[in-house]
Design a protein around this ligand. Structure first.
Ligand code: GLU
Length: 312
């Protein structure tokens, strides 16, 4: 296991956990700066984790993301943790959960899932438990019918709804369905890998984009089932363009290198991000960390940060 040794009495760590599937844009850099600032302010360490299980992950994005993070002043302790180096650990935990009867095979296709009616009181898209109660015979028949993939493994969740407290959004309650642990294509799910990694590396503070807030009750349930201590959560609003869509490459200059190409210095970019956080005139990451406390975070608007990127 690589990473930082966390002593029991230490306040633990914050972390940033990008997926290396593209360049970081202004919104990602803003989230990273916030995560780093809050970890630093609370005396925590700070870890960098590459969530590179997705087949779209590329080494060139790993190096470009890390270079951009370093450039804006986000520094991390110890080596970068790559999820692709943790497969044996994930397998061991799957075996353990399996032997405790906490997992079951799911044969549903994407289409089955899209067409399945949600269980009563569940949010749209929550897994209705189709494969949970199958008999051994039904399982063998469904297994034999699978082509090009194996069954997925789902957690037999034990909670209906789980409440978490978020530093930006306040109390947040969500339904925990039987979340996927191992996908049918053999890839460990984001929720599973990320909870295991946070726990194994002593992460006590999770600051990330608010698109992941709906996944947080599921993750909290998993933390609990595995006997882990729940980290603190802060979900940061995403960045959008003026039309209300997620900021994307086609919107203009959205990455550090795009903006540099238009003559912006790294300090200009940090300062631009700082202004969106109510910290005008920031020139480096520490300026943001010094000015922004947990109170600053609580007063962060929960609406997206709307950016009209400069174009050449
Ligand atoms: N890898 C995820 C992303 O880039 C973030 C996961 C997390 O912070 O928990 O959206």
């Amino acid at each position: 296991m690589t990473g930082v040794e966390v002593r029991p009495e230490s306040p633990g760590c914050g972390r940033f956990a990008p997926s290396p599937t593209g360049d970081l844009h202004l919104g990602n850099l803003r989230t990273a700066l916030l995560a780093w600032s809050l970890a630093r302010q609370s005396g925590r360490g700070f870890l960098m984790r590459m969530e590179d299980l997705d087949a779209r992950s590329r080494p060139e994005f790993v190096s470009r993301q890390l270079a951009d993070l370093e450039a804006v002043g986000v520094e991390w302790d110890g080596p970068v943790l790559f999820q692709s180096a943790r497969l044996q650990h994930y397998r061991d935990v799957v075996d353990d959960l399996s032997s405790r009867g906490m997992l079951y095979e799911c044969y549903c296709t994407r289409r089955d899932l899209a067409e399945a009616p949600s269980a009563p009181h569940s949010p749209p898209g929550a897994y209705p438990g189709t494969c949970r109660g199958l008999s051994e015979r039904e399982r063998s028949a469904r297994r034999a019918a699978l082509t090009n993939r194996g069954p997925a493994l789902r957690l037999a969740a034990q909670a209906g709804s789980v409440a978490v407290v978020d530093a930006v959004f306040g109390p947040y309650t969500g339904t925990t369905d039987d979340l996927v642990i191992l996908r049918g294509d053999g890839v460990f799910s984001y929720n599973f890998a990320s909870v295991l990694d946070d726990a194994a590396t002593g992460v006590t503070q999770v600051v990330r984009g608010d698109d992941l807030l709906p996944s947080t009750p599921r993750q909290a349930h998993l933390h609990e089932l595995l006997g882990f201590t729940l980290p603190e959560y802060a979900h940061v609003p995403l960045v959008e363009n003026a039309e209300g869509a997620r900021l994307a490459k086609r919107d203009g200059a959205v990455t550090l290198s795009d903006l540099r190409g238009l003559g912006w210095s790294t300090e200009d970019v940090v300062s631009f991000i700082g202004s969106s956080l109510g910290v005008p005139g920031a020139r480096c990451a520490s300026d943001i960390a010094d000015a922004l406390g947990i109170t600053g975070l609580r007063s962060l608007p929960t609406e997206p940060w709307v950016v009209t990127p400069p174009s050449s």
